[in-house]
Every structure is written in C-alpha cells, then in structure tokens.
Design a protein around this ligand. Structure first.
Ligand SMILES: [Zn+2]
Length: 344
C-alpha cells in the first residue's frame, strides 16, 4: 500500500510517500481502507520527534481517520467489510481506574493513534475494533475525518473541564485553528457569548460567520484591551487556550476575578511565566485538559448527525502531498481543517 512513512524525525521533508506492506489485522483488530485523514498539530509534534508520544520509527502518522472496514480479525464480530466508520483517535484500555470512572482520556494506558501506534496517512490503517464508530447516514468521509480529535478536545475543555454555562463569556484564542473552530461552535451551543481571536481580516470575518459574537484581530489589536472594552472591564469567565507562551499572559489578564483558563496545547512552546500573586489574589483556576472521552465523541457525532455542529474544511490534499499540508499548518495559513485523501 502507499503510505507516508517517517524514517527519521524532522521538518516536513521527512514525510515520504512510499510503497510498504499492507498491515494484517490480528486479534481484536480491523483494517480500515482510509478515505480521509485530517492533519492535526499532534502530527507535527510526532513528525518532529517529541518523545512524549512514544513514537518509534519507522512510523505512519495520522490520528483522525475515516473510511470503510476492509478486513476484520476472525474474533471481531461487530464489524464487516464495507461498514463506513470513523476512528476514535484515543487508545484506552477501558479497564483502569480512570476508564471505569468515565475519565478514559486520562487512562493509565492512554495513547493516540498515529502517535503511539501507526495511523492513517496511508491507504489502509489497522486499528482496534473498539475504536470504531459508525459514520452517521448522510455524512461524507471528509467531514467524518475532520471533526473527531478537535471537537472532542474542545468539548472536553469547555464542557468537561471548564463547565461553561449559558450566559458566560468565553474567549477563544486562535479561533481560526481546527480546535478554535470547534470551540466557537461548542461554546455557542452551551449558550455562552464568544469572543474569538484570529489573525488578519479574512480569518476574523470567517470566525464571525461561524458564530463568534466578537472577533479580535490579534495582528492589529491588543487582545486584553479589546476584551476589557467588550466586557466593560469585567473580563471573561473562561479562556480557551492552546497556544502557550505567545498568548498565555494575555489570556490570564483577560480573565475576570474567579475566572477559569483551560488549556490543551503549547503550539508556541512549553513554558510560560506567570505572577502567582495575580493568580491567587484573583482566585483564578488554571485547568489542563487532554483530548476527550469516548462518551464525548459519541455525543459529538450525534450532534454532527443533527447538524448542530459543522466541520470547517480548509483544504483537502492528495495523500502524497502531506508535506504541503504540514507546511500550510505550520504557517497558520489555514482556517479550519486540512485533510489528506488517498487516491481511490
Ligand atoms: Zn484505562
């Protein structure tokens, strides 16, 4: 089969399109014929060789997969060739203390498909049958690959961790990113008012189209100043943060007293400085969040089927052009999701 294979870690040029042997599904596994796979920031970390994900070379990245079941191991009874599926990107044992208490995104054996195991930048992907979800009727493969990771992550941050409620104000940092697009919609769905940031005129207009009540152009405006203008010097209830050092200080200062900051990422680096006196005297909550639970993915899939959430796809590339897709993401030249589509 054709696949994008990492044989070394590094820049986008290590994404090589190669012919490799098609995997064979063993006990509990299925082979999915990949119809679409989306590009996520985690793919960039994996490609760069960030050790936290436990990636071993050679490796095939890609965690957001949709396609058709092609082959099943003999013990797999619930799926058959031709079934249209999307893949839960989370590897969970479903039996540890955390899994048994509904927190399977912090499973003791948690991993991400395409990071800890081979993923979907290929014509075929071998995954555990437990990770399959049926694609709702009327949903195309590109949509089915565009939403799982980002929407599950944004949902867990806003609903699972920050517990956003109707009438609150949420500041969504980088509203044009894949996860920002999800956050704007999810915050709105919970009845919150949304202030989003985006870079440049075109992205600010798109963020407003998606439902953001206010959009701050972070290239030409001061985020904190604008937040204070909009909230009449009160600050926001919740900040949705995933960028790290480039925005973290502004995010903290945009919070009202007693506000919550929830973060799932560090795209501009892992370390930030903060004045602890500011955090405790204003009684701020800083929350970490990682991906989301299987239950949350099921809920989101239903909401997509009901058209209450929508995928925003920036561009689809042929699989062999994975390098171009990574370059576009690293330049933040996209609004919404970038997808890779293997040739039929
Ligand atoms: Zn577990």
């Amino acid at each position: 089969m054709k696949a994008i294979v990492l044989r070394e870690f590094g820049g986008p040029d290590v994404l090589r399109y190669e012919e490799i042997e098609r995997p064979v599904p063993h006990r509990g596994e299925v082979l999915v014929k990949v119809k679409a796979v989306s590009v996520n920031h985690v793919d960039i970390w994996v490609r760069s060789g960030l050790t936290a994900y436990g990636t071993k070379l050679p490796h095939v990245p890609g965690c957001d997969i949709s396609g058709e079941v092609f082959e099943v191991a003999p013990d797999v009874k619930d799926w058959k060739p031709g079934d249209k599926v999307l893949v839960d990107p989370g590897i969970r044992d479903l039996k540890c203390e955390f899994c048994l208490t509904g927190r399977n995104n912090i499973c003791d054996h948690f991993g991400i498909i395409g990071a800890a195991a081979w993923g979907g930048y290929a014509e075929y992907a071998k995954v555990n049958a437990d990770n399959l979800l049926r694609i709702p009727r009327d949903m195309d493969f590109e949509t089915a690959a565009a939403f799982p990771l980002t929407f599950m992550t944004a949902w867990h941050m806003l609903a699972g961790r920050a517990c956003v409620t109707a009438g609150e104000t949420v500041l969504v940092i980088a509203g044009g990113s894949g996860i920002g697009v999800a956050a704007i919609q999810i915050a709105r769905l919970h009845g919150a008012k949304v202030i989003a940031t985006a870079g440049g005129k075109e992205k600010t207009l798109k963020a407003a189209d998606l439902g953001a009540d206010y959009v701050i152009d972070h290239k030409s405006e001061d985020i904190c100043q604008r937040v204070m203008d909009i909230t009449r010097n009160r600050g926001v209830d919740v900040v949705f943060e995933h960028v790290g050092p480039a925005t973290f200080g502004k995010s903290l200062r945009s919070l009202r007293k007693g506000g919550r900051l929830v973060t799932c990422g560090a795209t501009t680096g892992p370390e930030v400085a903060m004045d602890l006196r500011y955090v405790f005297s204003r009684q701020l909550d800083i929350m970490g969040s990682i991906m989301g639970t299987r239950q949350e993915l099921l809920r989101i899939t239903e909401l997509f089927a009901e058209k209450k959430l929508e995928a925003v796809i920036d561009q689809s590339f042929p699989l062999e052009e994975a390098r171009r897709a990574h370059e576009k993401m690293e330049k933040s030249a996209h609004f919404g999701k970038l997808l890779l589509v293997p040739q039929a």
